[in-house]
Design a protein around this ligand. Structure first.
Ligand code: GDP
Ligand code: IMO
Ligand code: MG
Length: 431
């Protein structure tokens, strides 16, 4: 029987999923992305070099690992080609990558529409990555979108493209945007089909085969984070998919019973890019200090990330929703040198204590965090290799997170490099 591990973001994205996926990918047979698209920016660092991935799974650096972009993703073929070229330019030439023939395709007009919808919202904009992710998922669910497999059948693709463009060009013109020329789009997509064609296959069949094989190790790499979930996040300030482990069966094309081990990636504090409520947000000099120490600027857009204390309410909520059974506690090194550190245990909403996030942003915006304050530590922990070496106060911080969330910390990350990782849980040691 195979070994499976789902890696998901448990806050507002950018928790360090790329680093953790790459770390385990060194021993994995397969890494599967199952939702989102090139709105993701996953960083991986080893041998002194940093790489950034958007749609391509973070197992791409291990030549023996099969990387799969699953059917639940929205795939922009133009961006995949660019990403592959960038990897090759960085010397990554030996890899295995397949793309689901059922994955929804991000078309050029999706980004235009994303920008126009945002502009139309004025001050109430979401702050999307403007990659066209929302409009691409809309077309998927309105059943007018194109899929990656369509590229493999030129006549079928031509017909579907024509149908889609009649409506899309009308919409673009209504919004005062430039319409697209059918012949030009068709020609370019046939070139992309030439470049990506051999990689476009029935990925669900590949994953299902591996699931049934003894000793195969399969990683599922989430994008975004649970608080950006279309159902359970801070709606409408969310993305357009479900980053949860619950998405894996649908987004990879496997049965739900295969999903039993979920590693929730969480920063030792919190960050958020884009708009929307963020109860533990810091606005003072401390936010600036953490941002600079943690290099908290978006991988995709370069935007400065908003900073806040670790939110135990969010962590409890997301661990229950996604079935998280271990935390990967990330960027722990960034907290060294603080006199005290805070963890939010509850919110106060209109004079009452609440222990789960309310559903509306009007209420969530009124939530005031209730904190427990712990003594900090001064030691540089970025070269520590074991849990035992950590300063007592750092260990107490870890224990407090476990106590508040009811979930054990299985991995501690003390720097961006692959080597700066402390494995705590026996299960994860054996993965
Ligand atoms: P992802 O989207 O969840 O993969 O996360 P990102 O890659 O967008 O953002 C995480 C950032 O933190 C990246 O710049 C990583 O290189 C960096 N990083 C990851 N783990 C650590 C860590 O333990 N310490 C520090 N200092 N940086 C880290
Ligand atoms: P990774 O995988 C952080 C945010 C955007 C915006 C909202 C909607 O790197 O953690 P979208 O373009 O998806 O319609 O934007 O979601 N967002 C992310 N924030 N990390 C991400 O991915 C994100 N992907 C989307 O900033 O607030
Ligand atoms: Mg990111």
């Amino acid at each position: 029987m195979s070994d499976r591990l789902v890696v998901i973001g448990s806050q507002w994205g950018d928790e360090g999923k790329g680093k953790i996926t790459d770390y385990f990918a060194c021993r994995a047979d397969m890494v599967v992305r199952y939702q989102g698209g090139n709105n993701a920016g996953h960083s991986v660092m080893f041998n002194g070099k940093k790489y950034s991935l958007q749609s391509i799974p973070s197992g791409i650096f291990n030549p023996d690992t099969i990387n799969i972009m699953g059917n639940g993703m929205v795939v922009n073929p133009e961006s995949v080609v660019l990403e592959l070229q960038k990897l090759r330019d960085q010397g990554i030439t030996n890899f295995q990558l397949y793309i689901s023939d059922r994955a929804a395709m991000v078309m050029p007009w999706h980004a235009d529409l994303d920008g126009a919808y945002e502009a139309g919202k004025g001050k109430k904009l979401i702050g999307t990555t403007k990659k066209g992710i929302g409009p691409a998922y809309c077309d998927k669910y309105s059943r007018s979108g194109l899929r990656m497999g369509d590229l493999l059948e030129p006549d079928y693709f031509a017909e579907r493209l024509k149908d889609a463009m009649i409506i899309k060009n009308k919409e673009l013109e209504m919004l005062g945007l430039q319409a697209y020329d059918y012949q030009k789009v068709y020609k370019r997509f046939m070139e992309l089909a030439e470049l990506l064609g051999p990689r476009i296959v029935d990925t669900s069949a590949i994953i299902n085969k591996a699931l049934r094989e003894d000793g195969k190790k399969i990683l599922f790499e989430g994008a975004q984070g649970m608080m950006l979930c279309i159902d359970h996040g801070t709606y409408p300030f969310v993305t357009s998919s479900t980053p949860s482990a619950a998405s894996v069966p649908v987004g990879a094309g496997i049965a739900p019973h295969w999903i039993d081990n979920v590693l929730g990636v969480a920063k030792a504090y919190c960050t958020r890019v884009g708009e929307g409520p963020f109860p533990t947000e810091l606005f003072d000099n401390l936010a600036h200090e953490i941002r600079e120490r943690g290099h908290e600027y978006g991988t995709v857009t370069g935007r400065p990330r908003r900073i806040g204390w670790f939110d135990g309410v969010v962590a409890r909520y997301t661990s229950q929703l996604a079935g998280i059974n271990h935390w990967a506690l990330m960027l722990f090194d960034v907290l060294s040198g603080m006199e005290t550190v805070k963890i939010c245990t509850h919110y106060e909403l209109d004079g009452k204590i609440v222990d789960t996030p309310p559903s509306t942003i009007s209420k969530l915006s009124r939530c005031k965090p209730v904190y427990v304050e712990l003594p900090g530590w001064t030691e540089d922990i970025s070269n520590m290799k074991t849990y035992e070496e950590l300063p007592e106060n750092a260990k107490n911080y870890v224990k407090k997170i476990e106590e508040i969330t009811g979930v054990l910390v299985g991995v501690i990350s003390v720097g961006p490099d692959r080597s700066q990782t402390i494995l705590v849980s026996d299960y994860l040691k054996n993965f």
